[in-house]
Design a binder for this molecule. Structure first.
Ligand SMILES: CC(C)(COP(=O)(O)OP(=O)(O)OC[C@H]1O[C@@H](n2cnc3c(N)ncnc32)[C@H](O)[C@@H]1OP(=O)(O)O)[C@@H](O)C(=O)NCCC(=O)NCCS
Length: 347
């Protein structure tokens, strides 16, 4: 039973100072700065090509992290450089706001494939765990505190590293694919409920709906305004392949009852083997569930994606989704491809 009576700052013992790691194959360690965005991107791409070649980090994602007001690179990041000054290791420890039911320290990073198996990752993870504990120990909240890290099934060395670092496997997520040439069922909705295109004017209302809906999703917390703006403002976000479900609201108005939001990264098409769209977020507000609204949103998204010339749609789902999301997707013709593991250390 997690002790959530005492505040995290009394429950988590954190190192006061964090010495830089040391390793014979790393010439220098230091915090990252915005000037390192390209170097970190190159490292991430080299790692992703090996760990999960069907999707690679975008430069935008890394730049976004550096833009968040809750990220202080001087304290929350570390890079390791080789003798030529190339970034060969990177660790980021994100401490997102919006801690409604859970306080999370999220670990990202890794070691260049050419330098793996030499103990650099262990050094890096030890530093990250120290920083994560400092973050959690800074919190006055009486909530559970989690260190959380993700690892693709195709990169088992990451999983071993996390387990050796004291994290435990908490959950697995399934990547699913749907062939768009297969028939797409049209779904009829009850009177008063309709699907409409996403438009930027709906952004704030969809953000509110997302935060409400995803409180039912494992480990999810509200997204900050800047986090949301970064998501819908990203180059890969595709408003034209995103939709909302509208239902009757108070006083004859319509309100958002569901949404489906899509990204497309054409840079991934060659490696993933097909042109496709990625369904980032699907949600239906609680009082509106079980009325086939999610099915209708998926049906419209799949048809739009097919019309855009895509061959497959992809998404990720929590394999143990309490709201039945996996059954929803398999029922709509999606089949599993890869798995990703979530590891946690819970305080
Ligand atoms: C998952 C979610 C989007 C489903 O929305 P919904 O509008 O209720 O789904 P639908 O009514 O279209 O359900 C379609 C099918 O999904 C399956 N399904 C939906 N909820 C289910 C549940 N609680 N248990 C089992 N199966 C379920 C059923 O097969 C259902 O078809 P049927 O009614 O013909 O049997 C909604 O519960 C939600 O927003 N959950 C929280 C956010 C989330 O987890 N999103 C998915 C992230 S990957």
């Amino acid at each position: 039973m997690v002790d959530t009576v005492r505040p995290l700052r009394d429950r988590v013992s954190a190192p006061e100072s964090l010495p830089l790691p040391s390793h014979p194959d790393v010439a220098a360690w230091r915090p990252a700065t915005v000037a390192d965005i390209d170097g970190i991107w190159q490292l991430d791409r080299a790692m992703d090509r090996v760990d999960h070649p069907n999707y690679l980090a975008t430069r935008d994602e890394i730049a976004e992290d550096f833009g968040f007001s809750h990220f202080n690179p001087a304290l929350d990041s570390l890079v390791g450089l080789d003798a030529e000054g190339r970034i060969v290791a990177n660790g980021m420890v994100m401490f997102p706001p919006g801690q409604q039911t859970l306080v999370r320290s999220v670990l990202h990073g890794g070691v260049h494939p050419e330098l793996r198996g030499r103990g650099i990752g262990r050094e890096l993870l030890a530093w990250q765990l120290g920083r994560a504990k400092q973050q959690l120990a800074s919190s006055p909240k009486t909530l559970p505190g989690w260190v959380i890290a993700f690892s693709d099934e195709r990169a088992p060395q990451n999983a071993r590293l996390y387990e050796r670092g004291g994290l435990t496997l908490a959950r697995h997520f399934l990547a699913l694919e749907r062939v768009l040439a297969d028939p797409i069922r049209e779904i009829a909705l009850a009177d008063g409920i309709r699907i409409a295109p996403y438009t930027p004017e709906l952004s704030a209302a969809v953000h509110a709906a997302r935060d409400e809906v995803f409180m039912d999703h494992w480990s999810s917390q509200p997204i900050s305004a800047e986090g949301w703006d970064a998501f819908v403002g990203a180059e890969v976000f595709r408003g034209d392949l995103s939709f909302v479900a509208l239902g009757p609201g108070p006083g004859g108005t319509e309100e958002i009852v569901g949404f489906i939001l899509t990204t497309v990264n054409e840079d991934d098409w060659e490696r993933q083997g097909f042109p496709g769209s990625y369904i980032s977020l699907v949600g239906v507000r609680r009082n509106w569930r079980g009325r086939h609204i999610a099915q209708a949103l998926l049906s419209v998204q799949l048809a739009a994606s097919r019309a855009a010339g895509h061959e497959r749609a992809t998404l990720d789902v929590d394999s143990a989704s309490a709201t039945g999301a996996l059954g929803l997707y398999t029922g709509m013709g999606f089949t599993p491809t890869n798995r990703e593991f979530a590891f946690t250390h819970e305080f």
